[in-house]
Design a protein around this ligand. Structure first.
Ligand SMILES: [Fe+2]
Ligand SMILES: [Fe+2]
Length: 158
């Protein structure tokens, strides 16, 4: 079984690869649409599950609150940026511009989680239950992917 830290890091590495893949795609190509979809669903579900299973534990302790609040606020900013991107044509130069901005911010967010938040969390939450939080995260993320897909379908039907 993996600890929550290993599980989150594995997700982050996948997201880093997807960001690089998207940056290599052109205009409204199928490659770009496919890579963006993979990224969008996985990151949305990751952030939601992270808040519910990991940050909730961290923020339950006073010493974890500053880091927790900071990350959750960034999730909201990143989410807004992704929704803005969903509204722009893939072929428009504005799309790539905004994507670059998102990539920069999201890479910074992951780096901060790994370098600043994880050490604090290891201290505050302690070693006990790290594998349990890891599996809770994975379970929650699966449910969350279904929810994000449902929401996207509803949007299409509107
Ligand atoms: Fe995050
Ligand atoms: Fe994360």
């Amino acid at each position: 079984m993996s600890t929550i830290y290993e599980t989150l890091k594995k997700d982050h590495d996948r997201h880093r690869k997807l960001l690089a893949t998207i940056a290599d795609t052109q205009g409204a190509s199928d490659e770009r649409k496919k890579a963006w979809d993979d990224f969008y669903y996985d990151v949305s579900a990751h952030a939601a599950a992270e808040e519910e299973t990991f940050y909730s534990k961290l923020m339950a302790k006073e010493d974890g609150q500053p880091e927790g609040r900071h990350s959750v606020a960034e999730h909201k900013e990143l989410d807004d940026m992704m929704e803005e991107l969903n509204e722009i044509e893939f072929s428009s130069p504005a799309w790539l511009q905004k994507f670059k901005d998102l990539r920069h911010r999201y890479e910074h967010h992951m780096e901060e989680e790994e370098d600043d938040v994880f050490p604090v969390a290891k201290d505050v939450i302690g070693k006990d239950g790290n594998e349990k939080i890891g599996s809770a995260f994975e379970k929650r993320k699966e449910d969350e992917i279904e929810l994000v897909e449902e929401k996207a379908e509803e949007k299409l039907e509107e």
